[in-house]
Ligand binder design. Structure first.
Ligand SMILES: Nc1nc2c(ncn2[C@@H]2O[C@H](COP(=O)(O)OP(=O)(O)OP(=O)(O)O)[C@@H](O)[C@H]2O)c(=O)[nH]1
Length: 250
C-alpha cells in the first residue's frame, strides 16, 4: 500500500496539469473519514508505439523489476496498485496495452473508461514522439464523452546524453502543452521518476474521483437558470475548473 500525504509535485512547471494541492472535496472527505469501505478506483491506460517501454514502466512500478528482453504485449495486461491517500484507500488499475499494429483492435477496446491516459514515447527513437497525437486521437475516440487526464511520458531517458535529452524535452514540452498534457521523463531501467510519476497520476485521479463524488453527494446550494431548467452547481469544482484548462477538470 503506497501512502500519500501531500500532493506530489509535477516533473516540470513548463508542462503540468495545473493542480498543486488536493481539492477541498478531497480534504473534506479525509477530515470526515468518509466510508473507507467504499471502493474508490480509477483506470489508467498506458499507450504508445510498440517497444517504447510501456510494460517496463508498469512492471518497474508495480513489481520493482526490469527486464532487458523485449516481449511484445499481446492485447493488454493488467496490474493493480493500492494507495492510501490522505487516509482514504484508493485503487489504481493500470492497463498496459499493446503498441503493435497487429493487436491494436483488441487493445483499443480496453481504452474505455480511462480516468488517466499515459502516452509514452522513446527518447532513443525520436520518431515515436511524432505519433503521440495519433495515440491521443485513439484514446479520445474510445472515450468520446469522458474527459481524462493526460500524461506525455518520455521513456528510456538513460539511453541519451544529457544534451540530447534537453533538446528532446524542449520539443516534447511544446507537444505536451498543445495537448494539455503533463510531461514526464523517466527511465524504468534506472528507476528514475517512475514512482514519482505514478504517485502524481494516482493523486490526480483520486482528486478527480473525490471531486466527482462530492459534486454528486453534497453539491453546494447554488442554482443557475438555464432556459426553463434550474441546475445545481458544485462551487468548489466549478472554481477549480475555471482556474485551470486541464482537460480532466472540465
Ligand atoms: N535502456 C532502457 N531500456 C528500456 C527501458 N524501458 C524499456 N526498455 C527496453 O525496451 C524494450 C521494450 O520494452 P517494453 O516495456 O516491452 O515495451 P512496450 O512498449 O511494452 O512494447 P509493446 O508491448 O510491444 O507495445 C525492452 O527490451 C526493454 O528492456 C529503459 O528505461 N531503459
Amino acid at each position: 500500500m503506497r501512502q500519500i500525504h501531500e500532493f506530489p509535485k509535477a516533473y516540470s512547471k513548463n508542462a503540468q496539469i495545473p493542480i498543486e494541492d488536493f481539492s477541498e472535496s478531497a480534504k473534506r472527505a479525509a477530515r470526515e473519514g468518509r466510508a473507507s469501505s467504499t471502493l474508490r478506483l480509477a483506470k489508467v491506460i498506458v499507450i504508445g508505439d510498440a517497444g517504447v517501454g510501456k510494460t517496463s514502466l508498469v512492471m518497474r512500478y508495480t513489481q520493482d523489476v526490469f527486464d532487458l528482453d523485449y516481449k511484445a504485449t499481446i492485447g493488454v495486461d493488467f496490474e493493480v496498485e493500492k494507495f492510501d491517500i490522505l487516509g482514504i484507500p484508493f485503487t489504481l488499475q493500470m492497463w498496459d496495452t499493446a503498441g503493435s499494429e497487429r493487436f491494436q483492435a483488441i487493445a483499443a477496446s480496453y481504452y474505455r473508461g480511462a480516468a488517466a491516459v499515459v502516452i509514452c514515447f522513446d527518447y532513443s527513437k525520436i520518431q515515436t514522439l511524432q505519433t503521440v497525437r495519433k495515440w491521443l486521437d485513439n484514446a479520445i475516440s474510445e472515450n468520446p464523452t469522458q474527459k481524462f487526464c493526460l500524461f506525455l511520458v518520455g521513456t528510456k531517458a538513460d539511453l541519451v546524453s544529457a544534451s540530447v535529452a534537453r533538446e528532446i524535452e524542449v520539443e516534447a514540452t511544446k507537444i505536451a502543452n498543445s495537448m494539455n498534457a503533463e510531461y514526464w521523463s523517466v527511465s524504468s531501467k534506472q528507476n528514475q521518476n517512475v514512482a514519482e510519476m505514478f504517485a502524481r497520476i494516482g493523486s490526480v485521479c483520486f482528486d478527480k474521483v473525490l471531486s466527482k463524488e462530492d459534486g454528486i453527494s453534497t453539491p453546494k446550494k447554488t442554482t443557475m437558470n438555464i432556459g426553463p431548467k434550474k441546475i445545481l452547481i458544485d462551487e468548489d469544482f466549478n472554481r477549480r475548473t475555471k482556474e485551470s484548462n486541464c482537460p480532466c477538470q472540465t
